[in-house]
Write a protein that binds this ligand. Structure first.
Ligand SMILES: Cc1cc2nc3c(=O)[nH]c(=O)nc-3n(C[C@H](O)[C@H](O)[C@H](O)COP(=O)(O)O)c2cc1C
Length: 176
């Protein structure tokens, strides 16, 4: 029987889902089956049939959504019982010195405060999409970008994601 991988994701604007979809393509190319599951629909007790569990989550104003940590705590036993992986998606990770689980402040803090020790962890740079933001968010992100040396033109749309890094991560998940 084909091994199956659950890709459980938390997204606001859809980029974390897009990353999961790219991973799904790589996983299929490796001959394995994966299922995309929004974290809100990942029921406690509903995941026991999967061989491998992957959780991916976006950052908004310094934090992953509260239900990501809650889900991990509620499923601690299950997550410890089989191979698992975690990835975080944020814009700080566009900087090469902040794109690893050990060097990215959000991923580091998040993993440190949880009982879960995923076998694999990664941090992917996300998407900057000023035109799609609400006015207040656009202003705040522009100020953050000004401070951190990023683009401030409100027309800017950039995917900072290193898709090769995503594909390598998906390949590594297949080998877990
Ligand atoms: C309102 C808002 C707040 C954000 N806050 C942060 C942040 O604090 N740190 C960061 O690195 N990126 C931040 N980002 C960037 C997102 O993490 C990035 O755009 C990511 O690709 C979003 O993923 P999603 O499309 O799956 O929601 C923020 C984006 C928005 C729109």
């Amino acid at each position: 029987m084909t091994e199956s991988i659950a890709l459980i994701y938390s997204t606001t604007d859809g980029h974390t889902l897009k990353i999961c979809q790219r991973m799904q393509t790589c996983i299929a190319a490796a001959g394995k089956h994966s299922v995309l599951i929004p974290i809100a629909q990942a029921r406690v007790g509903g995941l026991a049939d999967f061989d491998t569990l992957v959780i991916g989550a976006n950052i908004r104003y310094g934090h992953h959504a509260a239900d990501v940590g809650e889900f991990i705590r509620a499923n601690a036993e299950l997550l410890a019982s089989r191979p698992s992986a975690f990835f975080s998606v944020n814009l700080v990770a566009r900087k090469s010195n902040k794109n690893q689980p050990e060097t990215n402040p959000y991923a580091r803090r998040f993993l440190r405060q949880l009982p879960w020790r995923p076998r694999l962890a990664a941090v992917f740079a996300g998407k900057l999409d000023y035109p799609s933001y609400r006015p207040l968010d656009r202003w705040i992100i522009r100020i953050i970008m000004l401070i951190t040396g990023g683009p401030t033109d409100p027309c800017t749309v950039i995917e900072y994601t290193d898709w090769r890094q995503v594909e390598d991560f998906a390949d590594a998940i297949c080998r877990l």
